[in-house]
Write a protein that binds this ligand. Structure first.
Ligand SMILES: Nc1nc2c(ncn2[C@@H]2O[C@H](COP(=O)(O)OP(=O)(O)OP(=O)(O)O)[C@@H](O)[C@H]2O)c(=O)[nH]1
Ligand SMILES: [Mg+2]
Length: 394
């Protein structure tokens, strides 16, 4: 009996000691403000956003359901500090020149030949077309180069580079407004202030979710506050993917149950963003083939419903640069359904076909605003024609 009592006392001391050690260890962790739990939009909820025809409502998900991402508990997530955006294209220049070098170097070699005969001009034109510049712009550029060289005669590599630089920059058009409309709308005419809204659209696998996540980082690096809307409700994994991006930088993610109406999620994201007083709401959408009419109609609805609370300021079409001319067909169809305000060209690090920048701008009359140059979290850069051309001709 005595032994039993002593045994119980020892066990009690051991438990108390272990508990104290555990809390001390926790106390040493860096206190980091957790990103707020993500609200969730369910498919079965009663209220529906005005006019959506959907059956969705925002609700605070219980703590566990709000963080379905299998990673460290939110309280222990350390927020990352994204890289500043200024000069990103310069930093990522080597990625471009590695893949595009053949284009720039090839052109320079041809242009600095002693004799620029018909065969050489044809080669130049073929090189441009092979780089996805498009037949029209390639012919146009060759004509301009011919006119210049006719006047000035043979040229050194440096002269050829200067000429090519000037003409390529002009073709990409530095006058286009490439700024992102992401600043909060101030209160006006009795209406309260509201966030800018940007939607990210495109066919499957082009890099939409990645771009939305990277863009959130770009904005946060520039001092904006951001709410993310996971309007890709086809797969739960898509919302998890976006939420993970958000959690790394403390951006709140509004998500829906699998199969929830994506338009409702977009609506809720704008509503949450407005309630929280953030600068920008970024809405990721599901990949959809431009040939599937039903899915394209759904995209139109997502935008219309998001617009019930004010304008959608940016619709960014994400194109995979490695798919070349096929991207132009996609661009045309998407532009018919939702007015595209900017193009994001991803995977430019993996292709020599940088001419697509020119082709797609000509096709849509819409500027390339961002380029993706790798899979790293800060490998998205604001597009700058001069830095781009310099990278080509390095
Ligand atoms: N090399 C490289 N890879 C990229 C770039 N952008 C995206 N990716 C990769 O492309 C793949 C697809 O990216 P996601 O963002 O999931 O594409 P998505 O368009 O959201 O795909 P769906 O939602 O399925 O339509 C991922 O492996 C990304 O890491 C880029 O600029 N360069
Ligand atoms: Mg996606």
């Amino acid at each position: 009996m005595e032994f039993l009592v002593i045994g119980i006392i020892i066990a009690a001391i051991a438990i108390v000691g272990a508990t104290a050690l555990f809390y001390r260890a926790r106390g040493r962790r860096r206190p980091v403000a957790p990103p707020p739990a993500a609200p969730s939009v369910t498919a079965e909820a009663e209220d529906s956003p005005a006019g959506t025809g959907g059956t969705a409502v925002a609700e605070r998900a219980p703590p566990v359901a709000a963080t379905p991402v299998p990673e460290a508990p939110a309280a222990e997530v350390e927020l990352e500090v994204p890289e500043p955006t200024a000069g990103r294209l310069v930093r990522l220049r080597s990625r471009l020149s590695r893949s595009q070098g053949t284009l720039g170097q090839g052109l320079l070699k041809l242009l600095s030949r002693d004799k620029l005969d018909e065969a050489t001009w044809e080669e130049i034109e073929d090189t441009l077309i092979a780089a996805d510049l498009g037949v029209g712009p390639a012919g146009e550029l060759v004509e301009r180069l011919r006119t210049h060289t006719r006047v000035q005669g043979a040229r050194t590599v440096d002269e050829a580079r200067a000429l090519l630089r000037e003409e390529l920059v002009a073709l990409i058009d530095p006058a286009l407004d490439r700024s992102l409309k992401v600043a909060k709308h101030p209160a006006a005419d009795g209406a309260p202030e509201r966030p800018a809204v940007a939607m990210v659209v495109g066919v499957n696998g082009t890099g939409k979710t990645t771009t939305t996540g990277k863009l959130a980082r770009v904005l946060i690096a520039d001092g904006y506050t951001v709410v993310l809307g996971a309007a890709d409700t086809f797969r739960a994994a898509a919302a998890d993917q976006l939420q993970t991006w958000g959690q790394r930088v403390g951006a709140y993610t509004v998500r829906g149950a699998e199969g929830a109406d994506p338009a409702s999620v977009a609506f809720e994201a704008v509503k949450e963003g407005t309630g929280m007083g953030v600068d920008t709401v970024l809405i990721d959408t599901a990949g959809r083939l431009h040939t599937k009419t039903g899915l394209m109609d759904e995209l139109g609805k997502v935008k219309r419903v998001a617009e019930k609370q004010g304008t959608v300021d940016e619709v960014l079409l994400v194109l995979d640069a490695t798919t070349g001319q096929n991207g132009l067909v996609q661009a045309r169809v998407f532009a018919e359904v939702v007015d595209i305000t900017g193009i994001v060209l991803t995977k430019l690090d993996g292709t020599a076909k940088g001419g697509i920048v020119v082709a797609v701008q000509k096709e849509l009359g819409v500027p390339v605003k961002l380029v993706g140059l790798g899979e790293g979290p800060d490998d998205l850069a604001p597009f700058d024609p001069e830095a781009f051309v310099d990278a080509l001709l390095q």
